[in-house]
Design a protein. Structure first.
Length: 292
């Protein structure tokens, strides 16, 4: 593994709370691994990368899939770096729980450009001139039940809209099809375990998991809870959609609740339209072990 070329981060700086932990040499080290997975394991087909304007920062908004492994995220990262280079900065927002529960994993992904999913880090990254990748649906999205795998699921979170409006950047939607077939999420048992918690059952690691999926997948067979998974080798389609540019920007627009709601509906509906079209294309190619 290559030695880091970035400056050491102050010991007083928490992991994920600085942009300085990104390491282009570490990304270069990962590129051959991602390339093999891209070509030989997931057999990725992609399109739409011309929609990302060269030399401009954008807010990429995605719907991610496939459990904690989130294989479509890794494949899109590979596509980004092979097109724009590892020196071209991009930062991805990652849920705070991952930083607390899996610090070793968090330390590695921080080198690829992951930062804590917090408004402060999102604004800092954009104001540095970098593009930012966000998955608003979070855990509810990545562990949504299999029967809604082809639905955009943001869980009602609209902070990314306010971010785009305040920073006056276009939103570039990123979608994928096939990645959510790399496991089979039967249901979300969060309401039940939440009730058990109210009756006295402690949370594992002392953290509210937000979701409690029941899923079939490797290596567990049947998994209870948001456990890490090994994705099955399912063909995958990814697509970068045309940029969404709103009529109004600025602080006033971001504080207008009705306007934020309208912008949110526009993004969600356009992404759903694109995902419906992609699913129709992918249906002729994807061989899902769990049926239609």
């Amino acid at each position: 593994m290559p030695e880091s070329t970035i400056q050491p981060v102050s010991q007083n700086t928490k992991l994920g709370w600085t942009l300085e932990q990104r390491d282009p040499q570490f990304i270069e080290f990962l590129m051959p691994i991602w390339e093999w997975l891209y070509n030989n394991y997931f057999h990725v087909q992609t399109s739409g990368w011309h929609h990302i304007p060269k030399g401009e920062k954008v807010l990429m908004v995605g719907s991610h899939n496939g459990g904690l492994a989130a294989p479509d995220v890794h494949m899109m990262m590979y596509d980004w770096f092979r097109r724009f280079g590892t020196e071209h900065p991009v930062y991805g927002l990652m849920h705070p729980i991952i930083w607390e529960v899996f610090p070793a994993v968090a330390q590695m992904v921080a080198k690829t450009g992951a930062v804590v999913a917090h408004p402060r880090m999102a604004y800092t990254a954009l104001r540095s001139g970098a593009s930012v990748l966000v998955y608003p649906g979070g855990a509810q999205d990545v562990f949504r039940p299999h029967h809604i795998r082809n639905q955009i699921h943001f869980a009602g979170r609209k902070g990314f809209i306010k971010l785009a409006l305040r920073e006056k950047v276009p939103i570039v939607p990123m979608i994928s099809c096939g990645a959510h077939d790399t496991l089979y999420v039967i249901a979300d048992g969060y309401k039940l375990v939440s009730q058990l918690h109210e009756w006295g059952m402690p949370w594992l690691f002392g953290l509210d998991p937000i979701v409690f999926p029941i899923y079939l997948g490797l290596p567990w067979g049947l998994a209870l809870g948001p456990l890490p998974n090994i994705p099955l080798p399912i063909p995958m389609h990814t697509r970068v959609c045309p940029p969404i540019i709103f009529e109004r920007y600025g602080r006033e627009a971001a504080c207008d609740r009705n306007y934020v709601d309208q912008c949110y509906d526009v993004v969600r509906s356009q992404m759903q339209h694109e995902l419906d079209a992609l699913a129709r294309v992918a249906k002729t190619r994807i061989h899902c072990p769990f049926g239609k």
